[in-house]
Ligand binder design. Sequence first.
Ligand code: NAP
Length: 257
Amino acid sequence: MQRYMIMSRPDENSRRLEEKTHKILAENHYILDKENPEVVFVIGGDGTFLYAVHQYVQKLQNLKFYGIHTGTLGFYTDYQEADYDEFMDTFLRGAYMEISYPLLCVHVGDNTYHALNEARIENVTRTQTMNVWLDDVFLEVFRGTGLCVSTQLGSTAYNRSLGGAVIQEGTNIIQLTEIAGIHHSQYRSLGSPLVMNENITVHLQSTDFRGAKLGVDSDIYPIDDLHEIIIRKDPEHQVKMLKGRKVSYFTRLKTLF
Ligand code: NAP
């Protein structure tokens, strides 16, 4: 791997580490290539990591991501700023493992989007009604603000704020959570988070999505004129991360709250 790119959070500290990293990589004959890098260094937080993956989502096949967090420990990064020397040394020695994470694939109208954390349908303008199918089984009519489908990696993000379960790494699932579901004598949906085998296809259908938005990680799309959304894991689109050290999942989790 000789061609690289660096994506960093726009704060002074992250920028300083970016400059230092450019210098070390140049000394080791690596070439900066924004268009076709083989490795993308991510300096910032989990949000920066998501941003970097989305910048290169069409070029994931030959690309690896390697992250350092300039805040606390992250879910997408194994190193903090104090570990910088180890972070670079591990890379230069090639003493890392590669781990792949399939993305969620979201089909809506003529478009396909990819999510590392989650895909969510939210309507804050009025009550959203949706039919929910899991594979070919009709589950329920949902009424409320919306629904969120998250990955294991996304379980600690928006999913957790919705009362969804935190899922340990290495567990291959997808999770469906409600966003302010309405439950009373007339309307009832499952209510609790549903953790499913990662091969399940979630099919959301509505006669009226006016006012609703589709959120795919940090990106938001209007879906007013559309009627169905299909969400499933996509083994063809995997994010490859370089892991140089073993950090316990529970250690990461403890830093979150
Ligand atoms: P963002 O600023 O990029 O991220 C918002 C916060 O979510 C940041 O503190 C970020 O951590 C953290 N985060 C992102 N992915 C995470 C993960 N897998 N596990 C734990 N924390 C994670 O905001 P954005 O661009 O609007 O949205 C990006 C993601 O943020 C979305 O995919 C969504 O899951 C999450 N989000 C959550 C809420 C909520 O919980 N109410 C609201 C909006 C967005 P760092 O500080 O390390 O970057």
